[in-house]
Design a protein around this ligand. Structure first.
Ligand code: ACO
Length: 352
């Protein structure tokens, strides 16, 4: 028996050797993550507010007035996180002119995976015929896509990957209490994806691509938005719980801070932003963010009215829609922001 064994549940501490010589680090990292293509998938079945009102004590008028939501897509049993994510990723890869051989990494943001493992990303990797590279899932609730963009950006900038599929795929319909009118009316299912590729570098400078991502979390606020169980707790399969007023209060303040942080870090101002592509939780939160940036509503991409809140899928779905219909054009500056359970929040600035 080794007397250095740490007590159960406590990992022995370790520390990275101090004084890592700065001269070994590259002086400049000119490579950027460029957006090559996007894609999305929405379940076949649409559920309107009136359908919910037929079996719950709610109304279309209440839901529209408080949230801006008119309908949501709800997944059939075969429309799993893996299936929807694969559909979205396949479209993103094709739109970006890529093939399976161009994908070095897949990052899936999801709170509703089909299995504890293999990771959703690895299942999607197989379905897309990708036989190289690596994939993993990331859990940051509704901020998942922004987090995944941040990780993809780091992989590309450091040269660990040159082609990365970033996917948000969610089936919140499976973790909702369908008797709880204060939560079940707010969410929907779907998947969105972006294919990022390394650009610039080798002296070829570019002002396009991901300019920055800023990520934050605060576990002290974990209980205002949570799913109170998962596979690690057999006594609780987990259902979504939310203090809506508290979430609302933190959402506007924290996302506004993350937006200011992104603009300041890039020496930009509100007037430089062409498009706001926000997390789609609630039209009132989106409107508040648009007003704060001084952006007219025509410059804010909104899908919450038709998709409801699809958590980590909401931003890539909105981005894919606005790129596909030509609203967002090459060269334009897109600001993305999100807040979700954790709390987690963050922002990303992208020149398309
Ligand atoms: N239909 C009718 N009445 C309802 C419903 C409903 N679907 N849901 C709640 N109510 C009732 C409540 O019971 C309450 O009734 P009472 O006054 O008799 O007690 C009344 O409406 C007001 O309830 P509030 O919760 O105070 O309503 P509020 O104006 O705050 O709106 C809402 C609720 C829409 C949830 C709002 O707080 C909100 O948008 N919060 C942010 C939530 C959110 O966006 N969450 C997700 C973001 S994070 C993420 O994406 C994971």
């Amino acid at each position: 028996m080794n007397d250095q064994t740490a007590p159960a549940g406590v990992m022995p501490a370790f520390r990275v050797a101090p004084g890592h010589p700065a001269s070994l680090l590259p002086a400049a990292l000119p490579v950027r993550a460029l957006l090559a293509g996007t894609g999305g998938y929405l379940p076949r079945r649409i559920v309107t507010n009136d359908e919910l009102a037929a079996r719950l004590d709610t109304s279309d008028a209440w839901i529209v007035e408080r949230t801006g939501i008119h309908q949501r897509h709800i997944a059939a049993p075969d429309e799993t996180a893996v299936f929807m994510g694969a559909e979205a990723a396949r479209a993103a890869l094709a739109n970006g002119g890529g093939t399976a051989g161009d994908v070095d990494a897949l990052i899936v943001a999801t709170s509703t995976p089909d299995e504890a493992f293999p990771a959703t990303a690895v299942r999607i990797q197989y379905l897309l015929g990708i036989r190289r590279g690596f994939g993993f899932d990331l859990s940051a609730a509704c901020s998942g896509f922004i987090y995944a963009l941040g990780v993809a950006d780091a992989l590309i900038r450091t040269g660990m990957a040159r082609g990365v599929l970033v996917i948000g795929t969610e089936v919140y319909s499976r973790i909702l209490d369908w008797q709880d009118r204060s939560t079940c009316v707010l969410f929907g299912d779907g998947a969105g994806a972006a294919f990022l590729v390394a650009g610039g570098g080798s002296g070829a400078s570019t002002d396009r691509g991901l300019l920055s991502t800023h990520l934050h979390s605060d576990g002290a606020l974990g209980d205002i938005l949570s799913v109170d169980g998962a596979v690690g707790r057999r006594d609780r399969p987990g259902v979504l719980l939310m203090n809506g007023r508290e979430v609302f209060r933190h959402a506007v303040a924290r996302m506004a801070d993350a937006v200011d942080e992104a603009l300041m870090a890039n020496g930009l101002s509100h007037t430089d932003v062409d498009w706001l592509v926000p997390h789609q939780a609630n039209l009132r939160i989106i409107d508040a963010m648009g007003r704060r940036l001084g952006l007219p509503s025509e410059r804010v991409v909104v899908t919450v009215d038709r998709h409801a809140n699809t958590s980590a899928a909401s931003i890539p779905l909105a981005l894919a829609e606005a790129l596909a219909d030509g609203r967002i054009r090459p060269g334009q500056l897109v600001l993305m922001e999100a807040l979700g359970g954790g709390l987690t929040w963050g922002s990303a600035l992208l020149r398309v």
